[in-house]
Every structure is written in structure tokens, then in C-alpha cells.
Design a protein around this ligand. Structure first.
Ligand code: AMP
Ligand code: MG
Length: 328
């Protein structure tokens, strides 16, 4: 179970107020994952319109930043930027700049150029690059190869084999955009999730929302339940996109130093103020592993983590320990 354990139980029919407000929700397959949004409103027509606007925004972000689409802005950038400056949108500058800050914060564990090697994995087909391909392509992994001219709104790559993928931050960003849209429509109780990235607005009428951290080795089971209010939460796990070969798991979170799947965690859950941050941090801490990852989280005020290491042991950041309840 991922994201919200709660969706099905949240259809409250009426309120303590005079109005006939209720929960409205929608779930769609976007960005290669399950996008879910729910909100509390007293006007069904307005609620439906807002949910549609959320899904439209999610689709826009997918169309702009997917590397699976030849016609996305990111694919155009990947084709042209190894050869020189490319004009990009202000939003692309913003996303690449945020990614760069996450790289600096994580000492390079988060690196959107991971895809210079990552592009050679096909998890569905069970294909991975051979050692020689990894050895060569790993040289192109370095976030400093992506030169951002924010004033000139242009980008170039400083190495010919650089390939950028924003998969480590785009879902969180999309969730934040959706929440921003709901906030500007004066919504005060809502939840939006895209795969493992979620954000909650408000509470459930005096009660916290309950978010389950999935058991990384038993599908359908939950390791920890987190009561949360007005916050973002992201989980990165090695069970999302992977294949097993000769007892080794090849999965989608790549250590930029080696070009191979990061090995020291099974899953990382981050709780923090916004989903772009928690998304980037969940990927970063996954790569860093329990010790260095928790040291990073301890330096960040208002951010917490649950790390399930590669022995299945749970590590909590200091503030989260009393909040989290074992699910079993
Ligand atoms: P998440 O589920 O948020 O951890 O994101 C995983 C996705 O992030 C992968 O599917 C890749 O698209 C991307 N990714 C993998 N490794 C890295 C890395 N070291 N730095 C940044 N993004 C990465
Ligand atoms: Mg992430």
C-alpha cells in the first residue's frame, strides 16, 4: 500500500455545518503512476472542476518533462544541449535550479544526470547496461555538467554524453502545483498524491490524516502509520521499478558515483513542508544510505525521515519517533 491508506474511508456524507459539503475524489494514471486527488467542498460542480484542473496540470507536467515522449521540452533539451546553448522555459530553469540545489545539499547523491547511465536500464524488459557501457557513461554523470544561465533562460551540457531525467523530483513538483491550484481556490481540506509523493492540506476535521509507509518486502502490508496534518510526504523504494537477476535487485534509484542501483536502503520516507523537497530528499537519502542520509535530515529543520535499511531495520529521525506507530 502506498500514499494514502485512507482514500476509501474518507467519503463523509455531511458535516457538522449547515452546508452539505462532502469529499470528492478522482484517480487517474498519469506520469507512469497513480495520481489521486481528493478535496472537501460544498458545491459538486466546483469540486469536479477543480479535480479536472488538477489532472490537467499533472498531464501538462508529464508532457513537458517526460523523457519517454520525444516531443517533450526535456527531450528537446537532451537532444540539443550537448551541442550548445538551448533556450528553455522559465519553469525548466526553475526545475533544473531546484535540482541543482538538491545536488549541492546532498553532496551529489541527487543528480539529474544519473540518467546518462540510467537511460540504459529497461526494468520492464529486465535489461541493464554491461560493465563497459556503465564505465564509459558514468563519466557523464555530474550535475555540474548542466550549465544554467538563468538570466538568459538557456541551458547547455558541458559533456557530450549527458542525459537529464527529472523523475526524482517531477512528481513532487506536480503535487505542489496541484496543491497550489487548490489553495488559490480557497480549498482548506485536500490531499493529492502522485505515486509515492503526497501532500495534505489541513486535517480531517480535528483528526490527522493517516499515511501508511509500505512494507518494502511484503506487498499490501504497511510497516508504519503516520498521523499527519498540513504536510508533504514522499517515499522512495527499491520495489517501484526493478527486476531481480541471480539474486541481485536492479532498480531505478541510481548511485551517481557508480552508475548502479543504490544498495543500502529498501525504502526512505521523508516528511517535510513541500513535496518537491520531500521528493528530492527521498531519492537523495535513499542513495546516501541510513547513516549519511539521517545525518543530512538531522541538519534540516522541519524535515523528518524513516529509513528502512537493507536488513529491514527501521531508522527514525528524532522528531518522528513518538509520532510513528508500528502498523502491526
Ligand atoms: P523517487 O521514486 O522519487 O525516488 O524517484 C526515482 C526516480 O528518480 C527514478 O525513477 C529516476 O527517474 C530518478 N533518479 C534515479 N536515481 C537518481 C539520482 N541519483 N538522482 C536524481 N534522480 C534519480
Ligand atoms: Mg524522490
Amino acid at each position: 500500500m502506498r500514499g494514502f491508506a485512507l482514500a476509501a474511508t474518507l467519503v463523509l456524507a455531511c458535516t457538522a455545518h449547515e452546508t452539505r459539503a462532502e469529499w470528492f475524489e478522482d484517480t487517474q494514471a498519469i506520469m507512469g503512476t497513480r495520481v489521486h486527488a481528493e478535496l472537501w467542498h460544498d458545491d459538486p460542480a466546483v469540486a469536479r472542476r477543480l479535480l479536472e484542473a488538477v489532472m490537467t496540470e499533472m498531464r501538462r507536467i508529464d508532457h513537458t518533462y517526460s523523457t519517454h515522449r520525444e516531443d517533450s521540452e526535456l527531450s528537446a533539451l537532451n537532444r540539443a544541449a550537448p551541442h550548445g546553448w538551448v533556450e528553455v522555459s522559465a519553469e525548466m530553469i526553475d526545475l533544473l535550479s531546484r535540482s541543482r540545489r538538491m545536488s549541492e545539499l546532498s553532496g551529489g547523491a541527487f543528480d539529474v544526470t544519473y540518467a546518462s547511465v540510467g537511460r540504459y536500464y529497461d526494468y520492464r524488459a529486465g535489461r541493464r547496461p554491461d560493465d563497459e557501457t556503465v564505465r564509459k557513461a558514468v563519466e557523464a554523470i555530474d550535475y555540474r555538467h548542466v550549465e544554467i544561465d538563468a538570466d538568459g533562460r538557456r541551458v547547455r551540457y558541458r559533456h557530450p554524453a549527458v542525459y537529464v531525467d527529472l523523475g526524482g523530483i517531477a512528481k513532487g513538483y506536480a503535487v505542489d502545483r496541484a496543491i497550489g491550484l487548490l489553495q488559490s481556490a480557497a480549498i482548506t481540506h485536500a490531499a493529492v498524491s502522485a505515486g509515492g509523493d503526497s501532500r495534505i492540506l489541513g486535517d480531517r476535521f480535528g483528526e490527522p490524516w493517516t499515511v501508511g509507509v509500505r512494507d518494502p518486502r511484503h506487498e499490501g502490508q504497511v510497516s508504519v502509520l503516520l498521523p499527519l496534518v498540513d504536510t508533504a510526504v514522499s517515499t522512495s523504494g527499491d520495489y517501484e521499478r526493478y527486476f531481480d537477476e541471480d539474486g541481485v535487485r536492479y532498480h531505478h534509484i541510481i548511485d551517481p558515483d557508480t552508475g548502479r542501483s543504490a544498495r543500502s536502503s529498501w525504502s526512505v520516507t521523508i516528511v517535510g513542508p513541500d513535496a518537491t523537497l520531500t521528493d528530492g530528499l527521498s531519492t537523495s537519502v535513499f542513495v546516501l544510505g541510513p547513516e549519511r542520509g539521517m545525518a543530512l535530515i538531522d541538519r534540516l529543520p522541519g524535515v523528518d525521515a524513516i529509513i528502512i535499511d537493507s536488513d529491514g531495520k527501521l531508522h527514525y529521525s528524532a522528531d518522528l519517533q513518538p509520532l510513528a506507530e508500528p502498523a502491526r
